[in-house]
Design a protein around this ligand. Sequence first.
Ligand SMILES: Nc1nc2c(c(=O)[nH]1)N[C@H]1C(S)=C(S)[C@@H](COP(=O)(O)OP(=O)(O)OC[C@H]3O[C@@H](n4cnc5c(=O)[nH]c(N)nc54)[C@H](O)[C@@H]3O)O[C@H]1N2
Ligand SMILES: Nc1nc2c(c(=O)[nH]1)N[C@H]1C(S)=C(S)[C@@H](COP(=O)(O)OP(=O)(O)OC[C@H]3O[C@@H](n4cnc5c(=O)[nH]c(N)nc54)[C@H](O)[C@@H]3O)O[C@H]1N2
Ligand SMILES: [Mo]
Length: 771
Amino acid sequence: MSEKTSTSETAGSVPGVKPYDGPAGGWGALGAVARAVKEQMAVGREGAALRKVNQPNGFDCPGCAWPDPDHHSTFEFCENGAKAVAWEATAKRVTPAFFAEHTVSELWNWSDFALEGEGRLTDPMRYDAASDTFQPVPWDEAFGQIGAALRNLPEADAAEFYTSGRASNEAAFLYQLFVRAYGTNNFPDCSNMCHEATSVGLPASIGVGKGTVTLADFDHCDALFSFGHNPGTNHPRMLATLREVSRRGVPIIAFNPLRERGLERFLSPQSPKEMLTGDATEIAKSYYQVRIGGDLAVLKGMMKWLVEADAVDLEQGGNGLLDREFIAEHTDGVQALLDDLRDTRWDDIVSRSGLSRADIEAAAKVYARAERVIICYGMGMTQHRHGTENVQQMANLLLLRGNIGRQGAGIAPIRGHSNVQGDRTVGITEKPDAALIEGIRRTYGFTPPAKHGHDAVAAVKAINEGRSRALICLGGNLAVAMPDPDLTFAAMRKLDLAVHIATKLNRSHLITAGQSFILPCLGRTELDMQASGPQSVTVEDSMSMVHASQGGLQPASLQLRSEVAIIGGIAQAALPESTIDWQGMVDNYDLIRDGIESVFPAFRDFNERVRKPRGFRLYVGASERDWGGPGARAHFLLAPGLDEDPGLPADALTMATIRSHDQYNTTIYGLNDRYRGIAGRRDIVFVNADDLSARGLAHGDLVDITSLAVPGLSDPPMVRRYTAVAYDIPRGSVAMYYPEGNGLLPLAAHDPQSGTPAYKSIPVALRPAAA
Ligand SMILES: Nc1nc2c(c(=O)[nH]1)N[C@H]1C(S)=C(S)[C@@H](COP(=O)(O)OP(=O)(O)OC[C@H]3O[C@@H](n4cnc5c(=O)[nH]c(N)nc54)[C@H](O)[C@@H]3O)O[C@H]1N2
Ligand SMILES: Nc1nc2c(c(=O)[nH]1)N[C@H]1C(S)=C(S)[C@@H](COP(=O)(O)OP(=O)(O)OC[C@H]3O[C@@H](n4cnc5c(=O)[nH]c(N)nc54)[C@H](O)[C@@H]3O)O[C@H]1N2
Ligand SMILES: [Mo]
């Protein structure tokens, strides 16, 4: 394990920086919820909302995609889920009067925190350039103008249709149907910035781009490996699962450059005894602080040990450590992997990973001793130039011992947005396969385009080059989420049409185009009343469970429409000749679900099955050792080398951009990052103390951070006057918050296979701040 940096002697000397010694959860989490609810100032409303989170007949928590346990009957407490709900159910409003008072140029200078903090959007708005303000526009007029603008484009491929992962299956399906009927596959998607390395990497490897485990498997695993995710902040309901796994005596092994508190110790607010005694549960048995980008080396090292130990075991008359029967029956490509491992030198593994050979071997031994192993992972693995390779090497490690497709074992990508996986399942993809095209033709009587469209990076490029002229966003904050804000913002200002379907005001909305609209929609927590009565929507969690979500709160404004109704309105205006019954589907979402079932046979009896509490699980072939149809096999896949950024200057550091405890992606709830000991600020960079002193810097110094991602630039991107915090992070690795760090990452720096931006491996230089 890497050496610990002592911050204690410097503690307190830098404003807002003070090590946090407590566990994750506990009273701090309860207090944070109370504050979040109070700040949004509608206690009655949110209190009612909170009791309905993730309950049968309630709404799906917009916080994350972690599944719900089957057996809960009480309110499942989650600090950050509660914040997400309070944030949506807030009593604050952004009304036409607000827009009349503030010009767009003025709002541009507000912080992201301040913009969203104003509350819920109440009315459809259109930008008026003369007054530089957004002004109210009747819904039908907005639809008419958007429809006309779309019809006036030179070609359908000149429009981009972005989806953020909160959209329900129903909204996403209707959206892709409309976009395909309109004539393009330009579907940039938040998943392109997130788990695309999973969606691209796993199908090649195990035949399906989804996780193979269910929540029940966590009751049966006998080792759990965690790579590059931060459950205490980003999927806190997982802490309850990790706690149970740990209390069964099962080793949890974490690989993360930062010592994330949720992976260390958890005090469950659900346990009165723990809360009273303060006896937290230890989570990770071993915590390895891998260098940023060093996971490929770790995984190859673990496999190398396994293969070598297997040979020794066989020599001594044992049965070996590899699952030879499984490998022979179910896989191919193992020999090439063994050759690669033989040729990979331990010296390189150690220097790239930043871990000792003994540490890697110890982890490999835990792996080899366990009968059933689950690997969980998040953005620390996917947001690299090697994202796809990272994912595939985790699959290799599991396949070597047959750890996929049986109880208690498998791969568990921890998804981000609460329905990001479902959106992809129901057709949000820039590369439709033959089955999707045929399903739409069969159901709706038109043949959708087959030509591949744009993912997020390609969409921004096309907008920048003037090839794409219109951008419709179903939620999200695309401009701020993407790398290279200078390029992205400037590109979007060139658009002819920008439309945002949203709950809260954000910076992307302020990047105005020839015509710009903000269309306010209902959130998950709210009652969705249509012609046939109250509607429910459906979502799919990280473990392929599909279930219904129904909000009960009165909408934040009478003007709000559902995402489905807004998409239906745009579709009817843009495609007046269409014979598809858009209005019928808006009136009754059951008809949308019938459409989903008809296009995707995995949803058989959809309306019936989703009405059962807890819903149902979609078929995941690899969970049943079906690798993509009869005769198909799982593949061991190669990742050449260990280096992500060869040829960098010797003093380069690798930066990961990470989420604080008080944010939801681009939504900043507050300025604290409790578990990392940061209060009231985000203008910091976490650095190893030795890396600081090597540069003549000290804890608390102001630094300028220069991007080295594009070598040889005379005027490279930089961020200025950040405060360096000496932190327990491996040498050579640094971290700062997202989205503040996005300016350091060029659009071109992404995984070539999946297009995922390398948000977690930005080469940078750190210098004392210029005066
Ligand atoms: N409260 C809250 N919940 C959220 C979100 C949120 O912003 N706030 N966002 C949602 C979304 S869209 C997503 S995608 C998920 C994100 O959930 P996570 O995947 O947990 O996201 P990150 O905060 O980006 O952190 C990833 C972790 O990777 C580690 N890391 C960085 N680089 C490396 C590396 O090279 N190797 C390894 N092994 N680890 C590394 C970081 O230290 C950090 O602990 O959470 C979802 N849930
Ligand atoms: N540097 C860096 N950049 C990153 C990342 C990183 O780790 N580092 N992570 C990436 C990842 S994993 C992701 S997923 C993207 C996130 O990218 P996005 O999904 O585009 O961003 P969000 O911040 O989640 O979007 C927030 C906005 O969504 C809208 N919204 C909220 N709820 C709803 C709803 O119910 N309906 C509708 N229509 N709108 C709603 C609100 O207006 C809010 O302002 O960012 C990526 N960018
Ligand atoms: Mo994400």
